[in-house]
Design a protein around this ligand. Structure first.
Ligand SMILES: Nc1ncnc2c1ncn2[C@@H]1O[C@H](COP(=O)(O)OP(=O)(O)O)[C@@H](O)[C@H]1O
Ligand SMILES: O=C(CO)[C@@H](O)[C@H](O)COP(=O)(O)O
Length: 492
């Protein structure tokens, strides 16, 4: 048995995988995000650990005696978040997350201070990445910065609690802007630009490498052998790639989680920073990936459901009942509730409902939300294609994969086949468990297979054509927006 833990933004998900690659049990525990100021986004690392323990207790109840057979654990997690530790490994402040926008000025400062940044890190300096967050802390919380002895990414904080070791992996480290992504090692130059050095960083391993073993006390508490291996693991995009079997150059998938990700595997490091594409290490050595990232994807649906007091499944039923006239007359929605990375790299990009009338009801607005997120994915696909990635069909993972309606809308908007698989909604957790299996000696060819197909959604040519003028208007609304408000609502 292999245990996969995925520290998502909205939930910790845990899965148990058997030695034939089948999902034996799945469990989770919800997380909340704190937004103490406009544009800020934080979580308490202790809450991650508590939610992980709760989710694992649920998994043990579901799995029964099989849980004791766990041989290895893999970790996946939301990327970029900064967990700051003091000399005694105590957490110094709440973790600053991947969708936090406070470090806009520091991105400019970092780009000036490190002229090699784009080429070495393979990415633009964007506020969600880790390095500008540390510059912000140095400027606004100097005592915290002075006390910082180590910076860990979110899943690596869970590893510290699991094993007592400070270790990171190359895929997740790619999102810090401190990694030389081609060399798959920390860059002394980029660290120095933030007043840091290698002593502040965890030891690096590759995703399928064994990185430590479970603390004996924890092993005893959970009824596991103290020999249980903890694998390097991966950032959630790269872990999802392992879970969906996207390991060969050209393989692609899209993820509808809190964020939206379109991911394509590459066998070379090909940075394209100008288009706000991300170029990261894949979870497998000798592989990289390009990806477009939306800062708010399925989270737009959750936001709209919260505002209109309905759950996702009920809203999707209301939307599915809309006829073609209602769809053609629905408002448009720009999904930039947290600004946007690809393609705009614009932390001030606004969320918008456009074209409202008295005739519109909750279902029409809900449809607009699904469509606006799908159009954001079309922009991401265009950025990937412009950078040379060939994409012909995409697997769908993440919480949004629960909706057949949304999968069909994505196929219609993108003009591509969309495929869902058994376990698609588990996101990175399945890939994390597979990385544990690889660390335990599993063969790549038998571990990283495509899970069984649940459904294939083919684009409807009539719907595709009907969506094109709406896509054009979606783009026009962003292009012709009035001057941006700053995060505090002032005009700059
Ligand atoms: N039936 C559903 N259809 C579409 N989306 C859903 C459904 N149920 C939940 N979701 C969405 O899934 C998202 C959570 O996905 P998940 O992959 O777990 O995110 P994360 O990894 O960021 O925690 C939420 O934004 C939620 O609105
Ligand atoms: O910032 C990125 C990738 O660059 C996000 O994909 C985060 O890694 C969060 O993932 P989810 O919680 O949406 O899975």
């Amino acid at each position: 048995m292999y245990l996969g833990i995925d520290l998502g933004t909205s939930e910790v998900k845990v899965v148990l995988l058997d030695g034939q690659g089948n999902l034996a049990a799945v469990a989770g525990e919800a997380l909340s995000v704190s937004r103490p100021q406009p544009g800020w986004s934080e979580q308490d690392p202790q809450a991650w650990w508590d939610a992980t323990c709760t989710a694992i207790a649920r998994l043990r109840d579901k799995a029964g005696a099989a849980f004791a057979e766990v041989r290895a654990i893999g970790l996946s997690g939301q990327m970029h978040g900064a967990v700051l530790l003091d000399a005694d490994d105590r957490v110094l402040r709440p973790a600053i997350l991947w969708n936090d926008l406070r470090s806009v000025a520091e991105c400019e400062a970092l780009t000036r201070a490190a002229p090699s940044l784009h080429q070495v890190a393979g990415n633009l300096a964007m506020p969600g990445f880790t390095a500008p967050k540390l510059l912000w802390v140095a400027r606004h919380e100097p005592a915290v910065f002075a006390a910082t002895r180590c910076v860990l990414l979110p899943k690596d904080y869970l590893r510290l609690r699991l094993t007592g070791d400070k270790v990171g992996d190359t895929s997740d480290a790619s999102g810090t802007l401190w990694l030389d992504v081609a060399a798959r090692d920390w860059s002394d130059t980029l660290l120095a630009a933030c007043g840091l050095d290698r002593s502040h960083m965890p030891r690096l391993v590759e995703g399928p490498q064994a990185a430590g073993s479970l603390l004996p006390a924890l092993a005893a508490e959970w009824g596991l052998s103290p020999d249980v291996i903890v694998a390097g693991g991966a950032g959630d995009g790269a872990a999802s790639a392992i879970g969906i079997g996207a390991v060969a150059p050209g393989d692609g998938f899209l993820s509808l989680g809190t964020s939206g990700v379109m991911f394509v595997v590459d066998d070379h490091f090909r940075p394209n920073p100008d288009s706000a594409l991300h170029t990261f290490c894949h979870a497998l050595p000798g592989r990289w990936n390009q990806m477009s990232v939306m800062l708010a994807a399925a989270s737009c649906l959750r936001w709209f459901c919260r505002l209109t007091s309905v759950d996702e499944a009920s809203l999707l039923q209301e939307i599915a009942a809309l006829d073609s006239q209602a769809l053609a007359g629905a408002p448009l929605f720009l999904p930039y509730l947290s600004g946007e990375r690809t393609p705009h790299n614009d932390p001030f990009a606004p969320g918008v409902f456009w074209g409202l009338t008295q005739a519109h009801d909750r279902a029409a607005l809900g449809y607009a939300v699904l469509e606006g997120v799908s159009f954001g994915m079309v922009d991401g696909l265009d950025a990937l294609r412009a950078a040379g990635s060939q994409v012909s069909k995409l697997s769908l993972v993440g919480g949004g994969a629960r909706s057949p309606y949304w999968a069909q809308l994505l196929a219609d908007a993108l003009g591509l086949d969309i495929v869902t698989h058994v376990g698609s909604e588990s996101g990175g957790a399945l890939g994390a468990a597979r990385l544990g299996w690889l660390a335990d000696g599993g063969e790549l060819a038998s571990v990283c297979t495509r899970p069984p197909v649940k459904a294939v959604y083919q684009p409807d040519t009539t719907r595709h054509a009907a969506l094109l003028p709406r896509l054009q208007r979606f783009r026009d609304i962003y292009r012709h927006r009035p001057p941006a408000l700053t995060l505090t609502g002032q005009q700059p």
